[in-house]
Design a protein around this ligand. Sequence first.
Ligand code: CTP
Length: 413
Amino acid sequence: MSQSLQNRNVVLGVTGGIAAYKSADLVRRLRDAGAEVRVVMTPAACEFVTPLTFQAVSGNPVHTSLLDEQAEAAMGHIELARWADVVLVAPATADFLAKLAQGRADDLLSTLCLATRAPLLVAPAMNSVMWENRATQDNVALLVRRGVRMLGPGVGDQACAETGYGRMLEPLELVEEVSRGFGPRVLDGVTVMITAGPTREHLDPVRFISNRSSGQMGYAMAAAARTAGADVLLVSGPVRLAVPEGVEYESVESAVEMHDAVMARIADVDIFIGVAAVADYRPVRPKPRKIKKDEARLDVSLERNPDILRDVASRPNGPFTVGFAAETHDLEANALDKLQRKRLDMIAANLVARGGLQDAVGFDASENALEVFWPGGQLSLERGPKTILAKQLVELIARQYRGQHPVRPRAVS
Ligand code: CTP
């Protein structure tokens, strides 16, 4: 089966109809298509199928209550509403359609439907007379006018021995409908590797040389690349950040470890983005035991670390390579020099520790401002939260990358 829902986040709402048993299969089909699925059940749905079933097939905890402290602490309903790329309610009972039409918010699923900006798709399933009832039809018409997409219902034999409209569409048909709603994303089918955070260069078992990098920009880049459809591998030094959902993660400490982790996987990478603040030097001879203060003076001899970015960029048929540069002066000249010297496809430069900006942007701050250069072009990304800048930069990288690697139109069979 094609991975048409690769990296898509689907919230599946299950309401209390007999067709709920089919929704377990639907979860499996959605996952086969590449989606990450989180299931929300109404209390009535739990009478038909147990939450445990959906937990097992989705691989995620099932959300059943608006007022569940534990569930809210793990992923609250607003977070879930934001997480969703699409909300699919299948089966949707006549009662749920009525609720949705009224805009009620008296349980988790109806609240989530109100709180999300994601497209809402609904697969009704009910007795055919209930479906044809004027009240139901009025609700459906209102919902369609508001932009809700109705999937089905289909026609055929029903559990209640009626025949007619009211059957929930089959799971595979629903997966196809959900996939159809998504256009292609800028980095669909592209593998991106990102380095992030600082490195630690040990002097002895308890001391190290490091820097103030918080990892925020690298993690924001990983999240943005993943949202743009990429398969993302994040190679990170020690930071206090959660790994973005759906991102593969490898933890490292020193520059040499980061270099090894990157090189081990680089052959499969299409775009490499070096955001890490890699230490340029490491102690020549780290001590196996804690250094004692016996001497009046301590000289530490340092040697050069491998330059990960340069090594990646100089590979024959290497990936599209993007570097970051933190500069204290002559930003443009230094950035252009690095772009050429390291043979990069793009460099994103920011000023650190200068004038009034020093505490607010760059290292260890949640905001940044970037000057981006590539052979033959440049763009300023104005000061803003790193999450926003990351999104803009990923779009720019994708545009440049696609200029070199256009997507081939699909062959017509
Ligand atoms: N970088 C790297 N490996 C290193 C050092 C740096 O991959 N050992 C990457 C960083 O992730 C960043 C870019 O190189 O993307 C810029 O690093 P920077 O230290 O600013 O540049 P240098 O070439 O070391 O130049 P200089 O020290 O002269 O500023």
